[in-house]
Design a protein around this ligand. Structure first.
Ligand code: GLU
Length: 493
């Protein structure tokens, strides 16, 4: 089966999610098993949220964990460009083809009209969705409105009734009622495609044989099948992988667990151990052995062995496995080499020395004062986290707002961070010190640390987020209900 071609299509809108590496891993396994090719395609059609630095980070993180690709924006290939923002003309042409063949239509409904329609549907408890007002406009009216330069989107005509059958290679037949489907927008008013059009056009033109993606995309598949059918194309095979889960069984989210590859790398996990652990999320151990190399997985790989339950991402188990890799597979010399690549190098040391410079009397002061920088966790005490007269509940909530504030900091420099910290203090109407002290304790484990804003820069958002979450836990945690309520208030400001 040499024509196997698989892909991942990540959106560069944030740090690289472990779920992306998990999918990439199964693509790689599948491609290698069948002598096929694995393609990296960047889905950067969300103009507001896509950023080139996230794309660079994504490629860097995938390479670090040990996954490479045969075609992609950096290595090229016969089916490029591999960045969707460079394929806009292709999508526009294809949207037009569908309009001309009667499978799609121009929709001129304004956002005001759509909002009114939705409000009306909600009021009358009718099913939500586009009411298809523009589906049957006469060709002359459409021409006239286009000539007048009215804004439009292009919508796909979904069947109004009947059943869509998806054949998933892992799950068998899955049925969807067309009656519940909406006439999906496929080309937006800014001329950019939506995910559905772009993914189908690209998968077809890039000759993708198997679409391997997360379970959360199953409900999009009927729309994709209608698109394939409308173009008269043969669809690929679909394989929907089980989701990675938080301990409580919900979809893995950064509220509970660190979700970015960059976190695990910065916290000192090893790439081979993390990759091994990700494989175990959907694949059984080999002969009862959980420590399995990529090459061994490739050799054994059989798609029927993938378990569908969804897997709990358990940091303790990952840490245990990581320990085995260090103990069983490395000499001290190799560990030292790995540590140098990690943080034990001149560049990192210089950054920390600059921070501690003013606080050192002898060179011997450096290591104890810098320890928090390298530690996996810092274990702050509840007592240290609480400014006088403040209660655990309110400090937890304050730390949660600090996470949100820092998460949305575009300028990761002292000024940008300072303004966010002040913003948090204003939000609570607390003296700035009552914000900076708990932050310092949560991030360094102690009340006296180097300058806070520079410390935050050096630790990086991934470590900062996790340590603040741990700080909240040390204070007894924050209930889902409280967090929701708080988020509402936070969003208002
Ligand atoms: N951009 C989507 C994602 O982030 C791609 C989904 C697909 O593979 O079709 O996973």
């Amino acid at each position: 089966m040499s024509s196997v071609r698989v892909r991942i299509a990540p959106s560069p809108t944030g740090p690289t999610h472990v779920g992306t590496a998990y999918q990439a891993l199964f693509d790689r396994l599948f491609a290698d098993k069948f002598g096929g090719r694995f393609i990296l395609r960047i889905e950067d059609t969300d103009q507001d949220r896509s950023r080139r630095e996230y794309e660079t980070q994504l490629m860097d993180s995938l390479k670090w964990i040990g996954i490479d690709w045969d075609e992609g924006p950096d290595v090229g290939g016969d089916y490029g460009p591999y960045r969707q923002s460079e394929r806009l003309e292709i999508y526009r042409e294809h949207a037009k083809i569908l309009v001309d063949s009667g499978h799609a239509y121009y929709c001129f409904c304004s956002s005001d009209r759509l909002a009114e329609m939705r409000a009306d549907q909600e009021r009358n408890k009718k099913p939500l969705g586009y009411d298809r007002r523009c589906r049957n406009l006469s060709p002359s009216e459409v021409d006239q409105r286009l000539q007048q330069g009215e804004d439009y989107v292009i919508r796909l005509k979904m069947p109004k009734e009947g059943v869509c059958e998806i054949e998933d290679k892992l799950r068998g037949k899955i049925e969807f009622d067309y009656a519940q489907s909406d006439d999906q927008v496929i080309l937006k008013s800014d001329g950019f495609p939506t995910y559905h059009l772009a993914v189908v056009v690209d998968d077809f033109h890039m000759k993708i044989s198997h679409v391997i993606r997360g379970e959360e995309w199953i409900t999009s598949t009927p729309k994709h099948l209608v698109l394939y059918d409308s173009f008269g194309w043969e669809p690929p095979e679909f394989i929907h992988l089980p989701l990675l889960l938080n301990r409580d069984g919900t979809k893995m989210s950064k509220r509970r667990n660190p979700t970015s590859i960059e976190y695990y790398r910065r916290a000192g996990y090893s790439a081979d151990a993390l990759l091994n652990y990700l494989a175990l999320m959907a694949y059984p151990p080999l002969n009862d052995e959980e420590k399995v190399s990529l090459a061994e997985f490739v050799q054994d790989f059989d798609i029927r062995k993938i378990n569908l339950g969804g897997s709990i991402f358990d940091m303790d188990k990952l840490t245990w496995l990581n320990g085995r890799y260090l103990r069983e597979d490395r000499t001290p010399q190799q560990i030292l080499g790995e540590m140098k690549e990690w943080l034990v190098n001149d560049e990192q040391f210089l950054g920390i020395v600059s921070l501690l410079h003013e606080r050192m009397e002898t060179l011997g002061d450096f290591m104890p004062k810098a320890a928090f920088f390298f530690a996996r966790e810092v274990n702050p005490s509840e007592q240290d986290l609480l400014p006088k007269n403040r209660e655990a509940g309110e400090v937890s909530q304050m730390l949660q707002t600090a996470i949100w504030a820092l998460d949305s900091t575009a300028n990761w420099d002292a000024q940008g961070i300072e303004s966010k910290v002040r913003f948090v203090a204003d939000f609570w109407d607390w003296p700035v010190r009552e914000v900076t002290v708990p932050l310092t304790v949560a991030l360094t484990g102690s009340k006296v640390g180097p300058p806070l804003f520079e410390t935050i820069i050096l630790l990086g958002i991934d470590i900062v987020r996790m340590r603040l979450i741990n700080g909240i836990e040390a204070l007894g945690g924050l209930s889902k209900k409280k967090a929701k309520k708080l988020e509402k208030e936070w969003k208002k400001v």
